[in-house]
Design a protein around this ligand. Sequence first.
Ligand code: ADP
Length: 257
Amino acid sequence: MASSASASPTIAVRNVSKTFDTGTHALASADFTVGQGEFVAVLGPSGCGKSTLLRIIAGLIPFDRGGEVLVNGEPVTRPRPETGVVFQTHNLLPWLTIEKNIRLAAELRRIDRAELDAKVRAMFKLLRLEGFEQRYPHELSGGMQQRTAIGQTLVLGPSVLLMDEPFGALDALTRDHLNVELLRIWQEQRQTVLLVTHSIAEAVFLADRVLVMSDRPGRIIEDFRVDMPRPRNPQETKGTPRFGEAVLHLNKLMGVV
Ligand code: ADP
């Protein structure tokens, strides 16, 4: 089997910096690749440029001259169809059922009706939301709303999934639960994932590699490989010495201990 970080990476970020029009220098010379099917977390303190980096890779904002961002070998200049983005706060429309919310973006892309029906059914199963199709967002818990938002993105069939603190607004227990769900989905579908978080434990539990960023302007100060077997489950993984060592190492790096 080819190494996940083989010659042609799915995401390539070369010397990417970002200074906003306001003069804020948000990101400094980011340089890394993500291999096909890899799960990479971007970890750093609040305001260090993590979201900026993710939005650049998503094609939502431009970056400074001299850098380059490639997805599947092609320069990113605008949002690309194979790239899906999940944000911290969902954009569910309150007047539509969650089924209609999930269908909406796919319908705008004119996906064939019968094909979409099958995809939406499969999505409710995958997300364990069966039986809730005709509920409205306000009738669901925060965790279920966020799962629906993930469904809105996954139903489009992205091969690259960019997630910006997707569970950041949830309570700790729901967050842990959704981390497990996310791993289950990723193990089934194997998208290439880049997930932004400021939680060290979340990054170590989920990712193959953790890119650690400094304070603003964010620089990648370490590309840390999480050397733990999969599939991972919270009881076993979080109880291992290796997990503890990784968390301690990253804590030290971020100046927490
Ligand atoms: P993080 O995701 O790590 O919390 P961000 O990438 O959101 O950080 O922000 C990095 C810095 O860039 C912050 O100082 C923020 O205020 C600034 N910033 C983010 N977006 C904009 C914008 N659109 N215009 C000006 N400054 C911005």
